[in-house]
Design a binder for this molecule. Structure first.
Ligand SMILES: C[S@@+](CC[C@H](N)C(=O)[O-])C[C@H]1O[C@@H](n2cnc3c(N)ncnc32)[C@H](O)[C@@H]1O
Length: 271
């Protein structure tokens, strides 16, 4: 394997860093959102799910573990999929989810899914509409889109937007609620919730970063303290930036149903 250095850790792209350290890159709301998705979309052992841009596999892995469903999950990052496969083996060996490397723009199959898990992922695509249409095309009649996008509750300071672009390689969500839900128009809102994000304390952030950095070093057989410090430092910077964004953002829990005879019209009041 290629030798890892402090410089490589500092220079890796954000998504490769996540894959490299096996960060459990979770959707907004973490387990809380998964539990609501499961209940309000009747996700169970008969479901066949697809997770788009699954990173290290958290949503599909944990929802499969809660429900015993089957399915597929992919990401464009090889390092993230390698971690997703490893996580399945170590933490949930019985789940029936197949992880593979794929570009969402190119993904195609004749298979149709009962649930497509998006989390906050659409924001990672420059052509959001194209990916969204692809998801609809791969849903079974009566199937669900499960999403949990961020939305801006107040204006994010310019300095924080620039810092987030540098840290995450994308612009954080700056659009308000009504702009964010526009793309899902045409689907039936079976369940929707608007939530605040609670900030984590310094002690909570340190515990999380230490747990993840220690595990990364163990998994990669890294014994050098400088490498541990570089991983810890970069992860803490990521988490501190996420924490700062929490002052200005909320997130939605969305369970949206697709029915051919209705899509993309709307015949009911939203709420
Ligand atoms: C923030 S993570 C998604 C985390 C989680 N799934 C969620 O619900 O928010 C975004 C992921 O999108 C992946 N990604 C970006 N472009 C992609 C593409 N064209 N095809 C597949 N995955 C892509 C990145 O590699 C990264 O792992």
């Amino acid at each position: 394997m290629e030798e890892i250095t402090v410089e490589k850790i500092e220079k890796m792209s954000y998504t490769d860093f996540v894959g490299f350290i096996n960060q459990w890159n979770v959707l907004p709301g973490s387990f809380n959102t998964l539990s609501k998705w499961k209940v309000f979309s009747n996700l169970d052992k008969n479901s066949n799910i697809l997770e788009i841009a699954c990173s290290t596999g958290f949503s599909s892995r944990e929802i499969a573990s809660l429900s015993n469903c089957k399915g597929k999950a992919f990401d464009i990052s090889k390092l993230s999929i390698a971690s997703a496969i490893k996580n399945k083996k170590i933490y949930t060996p019985k789940i029936k989810i197949n992880y593979f490397v794929e570009n969402a723009y190119k993904f195609n199959t004749k298979e149709r899914f009962t649930h497509i898990l998006l989390g906050a992922t659409l924001k990672f695509f420059t052509k959001e509409e194209e990916i969204f249409k692809k998801c609809i095309a791969h849903l079974e009649e009566g199937g669900f889109i499960l999403a949990s996008p961020f939305y801006a509750k107040s204006q994010i300071p310019r300095g924080l937007i620039l810092k987030s672009q540098k840290i995450f390689g994308i612009t954080p969500t700056t659009e308000p609620y009504k702009d964010i839900i526009k793309i899902y128009r045409g689907l039936e809102v079976i369940y929707e919730e608007r939530n605040n994000l609670v900030k984590e304390t310094d002690e909570e952030l340190e515990h999380y970063c230490n747990s993840t950095a220690e595990r990364a070093c163990k998994e990669r057989k890294i014994k050098n303290k400088d490498l541990y410090d570089a991983i810890y430092k970069r992860l803490l910077e990521i988490k501190k930036t996420t924490n700062e964004l929490r002052n200005y953002q909320g997130y939605l829990v969305l369970v949206l149903r697709y029915r051919k005879k209705i899509y993309p019209k709307r015949y009911v009041e939203l709420f």
